[in-house]
Design a protein around this ligand. Structure first.
Ligand code: 5GP
Length: 184
């Protein structure tokens, strides 16, 4: 059976970009599609980027124990990992990656301690702030909230098995691919 790889890290560190590039470079690696109660951003596709669900449907998924983990991220929307697709892939020995927040990573640590936990680090705090501002899709209040979350998240890097620095995208993707390969 394959060993699950969990990628977490602070807001705007570029987890999504790294994982998208990993999927392109290594299509045989399966990346879990999360359920979320937030609305799609322009260009996002239901079932590819996320499963966009109503709060009621999310409640049902929790009640029916369909989620491996779930969390309210940045104090607003809920995000969770559908359990069955992950369990099926692992049983079929398919290399699996979850890209989730720290609260979710801790839940997976509790239920699947054998997984490999990888923390994606920004090159520096200043660079993280620049990336957070640069995205420009959030309000000032939301940005402040994300910065607070990021500060807390950075402090938890030591809980992880491995750290990767997202300085150069290709290097980070190669590093993650090597960890996925080593986890098999
Ligand atoms: P965004 O709304 O920008 O796509 O994602 C916001 C945050 O939600 C990111 O930090 C991402 O890692 C986290 N996230 C995405 N999917 C999941 C999930 O299934 N579970 C948890 N716990 N966090 C998730």
């Amino acid at each position: 059976m394959s060993r699950l790889v969990v990628l977490a890290g602070p807001t705007a560190v570029g987890k999504g970009t790294v994982v998208r590039a990993l999927k392109k470079a290594r299509p045989e690696i399966w990346v879990s599609v999360s359920a979320t109660t937030r609305a799609p951003r322009p260009g996002e596709v239901d079932g590819e980027d996320y499963f966009f669900v109503t709060p009621e449907e999310f409640d049902r998924m929790i009640d029916d124990r369909e989620l491996l983990e779930w969390a309210t991220v940045h104090g607003t929307h809920r995000y969770g990992t559908p359990r069955r697709p992950v369990e099926e892939r692992l049983a079929d020995d398919v290399p699996c990656v979850l890209e989730i927040d720290l609260q979710g990573a801790r839940q997976v640590r509790a239920s699947m301690p054998e997984a490999l936990f990888v923390f994606l680090q920004p090159p520096s705090w200043d660079e993280l702030v620049r990336r957070l501002v640069g995205r420009g899709t959030e309000t000032e209040e939301e940005r402040e909230r994300r910065l607070r979350t990021a500060r807390e998240e950075l402090a938890s890097a030591s809980e992880f098995d491995e750290e990767l620095v997202n300085d150069d995208l290709d290097t980070a993707v190669a590093g993650l691919a090597a960890l996925v390969d080593a986890a098999r």
